[in-house]
Design a protein around this ligand. Structure first.
Ligand code: RIB
Ligand code: CA
Length: 333
């Protein structure tokens, strides 16, 4: 019997996650930039669009930096949609502007390394893009939300059918005081993304969309140590060259430099959920103006005052060594 050789066609494995990457972007060393480097190099993640929001810096900088990063990564195929310039209700005050209020500025963006990208933003606003994309593919699209939740809350408010059609949101945000390492990073108990737009965070957490929360409790158990930096920059690609140029001076000038990973954990735990431990909790956010503005609270069940809050998945521990190995392996590719 003659056995005929059947030609095999090598195709890319289908991506497991079709994601909208919603970000208060800035280039590395900012965590959003490192998270995008990871996501672009992860075949499990199909980025159907990037939406920007003011947070770490203002919207102009988020747009300029993300367009430049895509150009450096030669990923001009990924479209970028400009989002919210301001939170839903958070008012300008002296604490916000003196502590971390760069999002209030209407200054033009500084030129990113290598200059502004040739690629431009898409004309559609971010919230409209989110709603249209999700509703065109109900139950298929996930949102990786790693900045203030203003765009997602706006999509929920503008399109009643949107929340039912989202497959899931992975959120970097909040700090859960009832779990270990639950302190805040902008006020004693509030995490930055939730504090910038507590009203939006509350709308999203109460929307009924399936949610995984990656709070500060896990971020503070991570560290981008020197060894990982060396391993990553030993491989020379356009992205690792950018990371090297942006981060080496910090490692060289500060022996204690080993930043926590925030948005990178959210992205990596989409690819490999076994990196983290997760528990079901009811989580809500305080949007009352006062000392607890933006504080997230988690409990085993609904408590008085939290009526209407939902049960979601909350990450509370991480295998940092395994996470960093995956991060380095992907970004160095
Ligand atoms: O608190 C950490 C979060 O705030 C990260 O998403 C960081 O990028 C900033 O948005
Ligand atoms: Ca972020």
């Amino acid at each position: 019997m003659i056995v005929m050789a059947v030609p095999t066609v090598r195709s890319q494995p289908a991506a497991a996650h079709h994601i909208i990457f919603d970000t208060d972007f800035a280039l590395p060393p900012q965590d959003d930039g490192l998270a995008l480097a990871f996501a672009l190099n992860s075949p499990e993640l199909d980025i159907v669009g990037i939406t920007t929001v003011a947070g770490n810096y203002n919207l102009a900088r988020a747009n300029a930096d993300v367009l430049r990063m895509l150009e450096i990564a030669t990923r001009g195929d990924v479209k970028v949609y400009g989002g919210a310039r301001r939170p839903l209700a958070h008012e300008k005050d002296t604490f916000a502007t003196s502590h971390y209020g760069k999002w209030w500025s209407d200054d033009p963006a500084p030129a990113p390394p290598g200059g502004f990208a040739k690629k431009a933003l898409e004309p559609m606003p971010a919230a409209e893009f989110m709603a249209r994309t999700v509703m065109a593919r109900p139950g298929q699209i996930e949102i990786l939300a790693i900045g203030p939740l203003t765009n997602v809350a706006t999509a929920i408010q503008q399109q009643p059918a949107f929340a039912r059609a989202v497959k899931r949101i992975m959120i970097m945000g909040g700090a859960i005081a009832s779990l270990p390492d639950g302190g805040g990073n902008i006020t004693p108990n509030a995490e930055f993304n939730f504090w910038v737009d507590p009203e939006a965070a509350r709308i999203v957490l109460r929307s009924g969309i399936p949610i995984v929360l990656s709070p500060l409790n896990v971020s503070v158990r991570t560290s981008f140590d020197r060894e990982s930096f060396r391993a990553l920059t030993a491989s020379v690609t356009p992205i690792t060259r950018l990371i090297d140029a942006q981060m080496r001076p910090r490692y060289e000038s500060n022996p204690d430099f080993h930043p926590h990973m925030y948005d990178e954990v959210a992205a990596a735990s989409l690819v490999d959920p076994t990196l983290v431990k997760t528990k079901r909790m009811v989580v809500d956010v305080d949007a009352t103006h006062g000392i607890n503005y933006g504080v997230s609270v988690g409990g085993a069940e609904v408590w008085p005052g939290a009526e209407g809050a939902r049960t979601i998945d909350v990450q509370y521990d991480i295998d940092n060594a395994r996470f960093m190995r995956l991060f380095v392996e992907r970004v160095a590719k």
